[in-house]
Design a binder for this molecule. Structure first.
Ligand code: GAR
Length: 190
């Protein structure tokens, strides 16, 4: 059984769906949720989901090898579910094609630095897009530029607010993210 470590900075609704999904399939198990935000709701959710949730300091991520060493012990795959820090290259090098991110838009549009959460949905609205969606991709050195694994679209009507767009997109994330992670693991022969 493969081990997944999730990184999350915020509410963790995706983390929750992924944990629950893998509690009922044998492909993988979420061993750990790591957050750079000690007040993140995701850490509270971990308690009710019987999953270990840990806060780490930036220095343990960027300067020392504390987080890297923990990942080497605990992870076969790393999943970014609403994680806002850039992954240091030493971690990317240690886990080639094993780090999966979800982005709440159709990359390459609306990606890059500063494009996260509601910022993305507001930009989509401002550009009068008629569709948005989700992109699940491998993580490389540049924000939102790794190879794309999966995309799914949703249509946007002219009266959709950024909040409504966010809800439509999040629904797709919850529906597809766990399954796509499982697919990646299975395609790598478990
Ligand atoms: C999700 O919509 C995810 O796609 C987005 O943050 C949200 C986290 O929600 N990630 C990014 O914008 C990364 N650039 P959650 O904490 O409820 O899972």
């Amino acid at each position: 059984m493969k081990r997944i470590v999730i990184f999350a900075s915020g509410s963790g609704s995706n983390a929750e769906k992924i944990i629950q999904y893998f509690q009922s399939t044998k492909t993988a198990v979420v061993t750990q949720v790591l957050s750079n935000n000690e007040h993140a709701k995701v850490l509270k959710k971990c308690k009710t989901l019987n999953t270990s949730g840990l806060y780490f300091e930036k220095a343990d991520f960027f300067t020392s090898d504390v987080v890297l060493n923990l990942l080497k012990k605990e992870a076969d795959y790393i999943v970014l579910a609403g994680f806002l820090l850039k992954i240091p290259s030493k971690i990317i090098e240690a886990f080639p094609n094993k780090i999966i991110n979800i982005h709440p838009a159709l990359l390459p549009k609306f990606g890059g630095k500063g494009m996260y959460g509601m910022h993305v949905h507001r930009a989509v609205k401002e550009q009068k897009e008629t569709e948005s969606g989700i992109t699940i991709h491998f993580v490389n050195e540049n924000y939102d530029e790794g190879s794309i694994i999966f995309q799914k679209k949703t249509s946007i009507s002219t009266d959709d607010t950024p909040e409504i767009i966010a809800k439509k997109v999040l629904k797709l994330e919850h529906l597809y993210f766990p399954k796509v992670i499982e697919q990646v693991i299975l395609e790598n022969h478990g």
